[in-house]
Every structure is written in structure tokens, then in C-alpha cells.
Design a protein around this ligand. Structure first.
Ligand SMILES: [Zn+2]
Ligand SMILES: [Zn+2]
Length: 253
């Protein structure tokens, strides 16, 4: 499994891009930064787009991706998310006001975007990969994602406050090779992290303990304005095999 980091920050500034991971060539996990990073050919190769939740920093580039695909005559993609995430995207983004409804374009029988609502705890198979959604604790419905290609599995936390079920599922994976966990605020802003349902370095440490396994940990969704502070605090935790992912990094599992 190849994971390419298209965007890995919890906000946008020059040199900081919102969250998006390319899994092999056909699967996209979150769509915060896609169309400004991938070339058109790479965009047309995408077949599956998984959204952890509907927040704009994770969903917005599905809009521009759909527009690029229809313009280039591509065959489009399936969008996966919790039922309420799919509903939110339909009602609030693809509503003909914010953006055209690409689930009906170029025509209803052959749309650019096909919606696939996945219930909490359910697994879908795409491109030879088992993908499981597990609800986490954010300000809106959000799911952590477990990818398993048979040889390796990897867990993405999504945006979340402290959570349990996802880490239990992670601990049960015999082929667990990596965990991607968000860390949005420094310890001094824990009140803000709690309010917006995100993690700080100290909270990340207690989340990792729940897995009960020594696996590589990749930090993402760091807020650009706190970047140095958060990285400094993470370093002070002295956790082995933990690093903050970087833009354009490719991780092979
Ligand atoms: Zn976010
Ligand atoms: Zn969010």
C-alpha cells in the first residue's frame, strides 16, 4: 500500500495544505487538497473518494475534481461516507447554489459523482482494499477509517477528540502497520481542542496508549499557526516511531 500525502494540515497558509491522502492510484482519503496538487491525468484515475466528514477542509476539492472530470470527459468517482456525511454533501454543497449537483451530471444514469453511504462499523471493498468506517468524536458526524489490503492495514483517526472504539478495532488488527492520528492544537490550547473536538500532543499520547501496540505513528492535521509549538511538544513526548507527515511524503506499507 502506498500512501501519498497531498495535504496534511489543519488549515491553509502558503506551504500548508488541508488534509488529503492518495492511496495507491485510485483511492482518495479526504479531499482537502487535491486539484491543486495532482495533475489532470492523476485526477482522472481516481475512482473512490472517502470522506471522513463533511467539513470543508476535508471535502471541498470534490467540487473542483468533479468539474475537472466532466470537462475532460472522465468516468467519475464514487464518494463514500457516513450516511449523514453523504446527506450533508448533497444538501449543502451539491445543491445547485454552492455548486452544481454532479450526482445528476452529465446525466442521472451516468453521473460524475455516485454516492455510497456507509454505515458506522461497515466495511466496503474498493480497488482490492477493505475500508471500514468507525464513528469518532468530532463536532459533526465523523468516521475514522481503517484500510486493509490483506498484507497491511492502517488507521486514520479523522478529526476527533479522545475516542475508544477506533483504537479497539486498531488493536485487533494483526497486520496493523501504521496509525495516522490528528493533532490540531498545542497543549496550552487544550480548551480550544476540547471545544472543537480535536487533539493536543498530551491527548495524542493517551490515545496511542489505547492501541497497546508498538506501531509507527504519523501525526497530521496540525494547525499551521501552531505548527512549531505542536512539533516541539510532540518531540518532548519521546515516543518512538512517531513523526509528523510532510507534504508530498510517500509512505509505503
Ligand atoms: Zn479538519
Ligand atoms: Zn473537522
Amino acid at each position: 500500500m502506498k500512501i501519498r500525502v497531498l495535504g496534511c494540515h489543519g488549515g491553509e497558509l502558503p506551504k500548508y495544505r488541508t488534509t488529503s491522502f492518495l492511496i495507491n492510484k485510485r483511492i482518495l482519503l479526504d479531499a482537502g487538497s487535491v486539484t491543486g496538487v495532482l495533475g489532470l491525468k492523476e485526477q482522472l484515475a481516481l475512482e473512490h473518494v472517502i470522506l471522513t466528514h463533511a467539513h470543508a477542509d476535508h471535502s471541498r476539492d470534490t467540487l473542483f475534481l468533479a468539474d475537472n472530470i466532466i470537462g475532460a470527459g472522465g468516468k467519475g468517482f464514487t464518494m463514500y461516507g457516513l450516511p449523514s456525511v453523504v446527506t450533508d454533501v448533497r444538501q449543502h454543497l451539491l445543491n445547485w447554489h454552492i455548486w452544481p449537483d454532479f450526482t445528476e451530471l452529465p446525466d442521472k444514469n451516468n453521473p460524475v459523482i455516485t454516492m455510497n453511504a456507509v454505515e458506522n462499523g461497515k466495511t466496503v471493498v474498493m480497488d482490492g482494499m477493505e475500508v471500514t468506517l468507525c464513528t469518532v468524536d468530532h463536532t459533526v458526524p465523523a468516521a475514522g477509517i481503517i484500510l486493509d489490503d490483506g498484507k497491511a492495514s492502517v488507521v486514520f483517526s479523522s478529526d476527533t477528540a479522545p475516542t475508544d472504539r477506533l483504537w479497539k478495532l486498531a488493536s485487533e488488527k494483526n497486520n496493523l502497520k501504521a496509525v495516522f492520528i490528528e493533532c490540531s492544537y498545542p497543549d496550552g490550547q487544550e480548551h480550544l481542542a476540547r471545544l472543537s473536538k480535536h487533539l493536543t500532543p498530551a491527548l495524542v499520547r493517551s490515545e496511542i496508549k489505547k492501541i497497546g501496540k508498538d506501531v509507527p505513528v504519523y501525526i497530521y492535521h496540525v494547525k499551521p499557526q501552531f505548527y512549531r509549538q505542536i512539533l516541539h511538544e510532540l518531540k518532548q513526548l519521546h515516543i518512538k516511531h512517531m513523526e509528523a507527515v510532510k507534504l508530498n511524503q510517500v509512505i509505503t506499507l
